[in-house]
Design a protein around this ligand. Sequence first.
Ligand SMILES: Cc1cc2nc3c(=O)[nH]c(=O)nc-3n(C[C@H](O)[C@H](O)[C@H](O)COP(=O)(O)O)c2cc1C
Length: 303
Amino acid sequence: MRINTKIKIGNIEMKNPVAVASGTFGYGDEFEGLTDIKSLGAIVTKTITLHARVGNKPPRVTETPAGMLNSIGLENPGVERFLKEKMPSLVKFKIPIIVSIAGESTEEYAEIAKRLDSVREIDGIEINISCPNIQTNELIAQNEILTAEVVKSVKSVTKKTVITKLSPNVTNIVSIAKAAESAGTDAISLINTITAMAVDIKTRESRLGNITGGLSGPAIKPIALHMVWKVYRSVGIPIIGMGGIMDWKDALEFILCGAKAVMVGTANFVNPDAAGEIITGIENYLKSARAQDISGLVGKLRV
Ligand SMILES: Cc1cc2nc3c(=O)[nH]c(=O)nc-3n(C[C@H](O)[C@H](O)[C@H](O)COP(=O)(O)O)c2cc1C
């Protein structure tokens, strides 16, 4: 039986619904030889900002039961060096390239998006709004008005597919998702990491130089699934689900809850071929379930 794993997010055509999540796959080059990058549905780059950032004080990662904590602090070379130094190697994988961006103001988001818009090889822009707004100090993703403002400003300067990545650190994920949708985002991705801590009782210090960080991995999967399910029932645009996807079964749970595509994050650190194995697992599942098309499973949770 022929199976179809192709899906479309905005104008991005993916040969399968499995992408790698921002910040967990670098700019691809680090993973060359460790997995077949060409087989991925898409690659999302580490978030880039207008100017280079050195990131937070170390230690910047620590392991926790069922997950990891990170406080990288958006270390990146800045948009211009990204385009010069990282794009050439990304292009050769011949898979959709989604560039994750973050700014310290609405204008900065638009400025980065404008510079990326003229680069033909970039397929999509993922807006990482898990950054604090300079004026209010809350995350942009914690405020409907700021979320809408950032989405509108990015949409106004680019024709590329725009994906808005939501933060789980909110009271009402649905209202933020709806604000992003009304502002014109083509798709929504969720979830980013959950703010958390770990303490070393010997030193009585935090295990992270930045004191707090973001929790990812299996520990957050049930929360992520719930958020995907809630957002799926409230918006009409495609959802890309992530948070603790370690194998193909996890990926299918997200698809059944409404995700059209999934992203693999922390699992890449455990097994660099995790996304590849998830793609094969989904294909095998479709064959054994005699399901022809992956799209037929999206949101098909029995309730
Ligand atoms: C080390 C590390 C770095 C990350 N950096 C970014 C980033 O730069 N931009 C972003 O939007 N998300 C970043 N994330 C969040 C992931 O993309 C993903 O949303 C989150 O980890 C949940 O998925 P997971 O549980 O599969 O890892 C990072 C996560 C980790 C673990």
